[in-house]
Design a protein. Structure first.
Length: 222
């Protein structure tokens, strides 16, 4: 059965592989990102017919724009099944004392506000599919913080709270929301972290019918 999958941050190594994997499985793909040039490059690599692809250059901090995108994706595909949210960077290496308010605001914007807007906009449609999925990638420091990661950890913890709460709010609708924990993403293949292929394999499982009962969890992949 063809489903519609929304992927943010798809122009990175992990998002790129996720988009290609689910596209190759025959699903419709919606790509939301800020860099039109990178989005266009990814689209060429996917080689999908226009009816199976939605692409939009968007600022995920703009709530009304995200809601408009959600309506557009729903109008194009008729339903939305999955959100894979991969946007967000890392700021760290400083103690709380040495950290700046601007860096904290940046982390909150990247991880919390983007997630808030996406969940508000897409969750009702995802829940309506009766087999919806929401997946993010985070780090185990949210459970066991370490020194000099306070700003990132605070923002990711808040993001995780949004996702885990969503898992409870829509559990009767068949929607599952889960978090994949990695210490680092091994995009270079040097074996020092979790590879994009391993992470996408976990996503593929969470997407499957066999994972219907996996909900509101942090899955350690390290």
């Amino acid at each position: 059965m063809t489903k519609a999958i929304v992927i943010t941050g798809a122009t990175g190594a992990l998002g790129n592989l996720a988009a290609k994997t689910f596209a190759n499985q025959g699903h419709n793909i919606a790509l939301l990102g800020r860099d039109q040039t990178k989005l266009d490059s990814l689209v060429r690599g996917l080689n999908l017919p226009g009816e199976r692809l939605y692409i939009e250059s968007i600022d995920l901090l703009n709530g009304p724009a995200v809601h408009a995108a959600a309506r557009a994706v729903l109008a194009k595909f008729g339903s939305v099944n999955t959100l894979i949210h991969l946007v967000g960077g890392w700021t760290g290496g400083r103690t709380i004392q040495d950290s700046s308010a601007a860096d904290l605001e940046s982390m909150l914007n990247q991880h919390v506000w983007t997630t808030f807007h996406l969940l508000q906009a897409f969750a009702p449609s995802i829940a309506a599919s009766r087999s919806g999925r929401v997946i993010i990638v985070s780090k185990p420091e949210t459970v066991n913080p370490v020194a000099k990661t306070a700003l990132y950890t605070a923002a990711k913890s808040a993001q995780e709270s949004l996702v885990l709460t969503l898992a409870q709010e829509y559990r009767e609708n068949g929607l599952t929301a889960n978090i994949i924990h990695v210490r680092s993403i091994d995009a270079k293949g040097d074996g020092r972290g979790t590879s994009p292929a391993e992470i996408v394999a976990a996503m593929t499982y969470l997407f499957s019918d066999e994972a219907n009962k996996v909900n509101g969890t942090r899955i350690p992949l390290y």
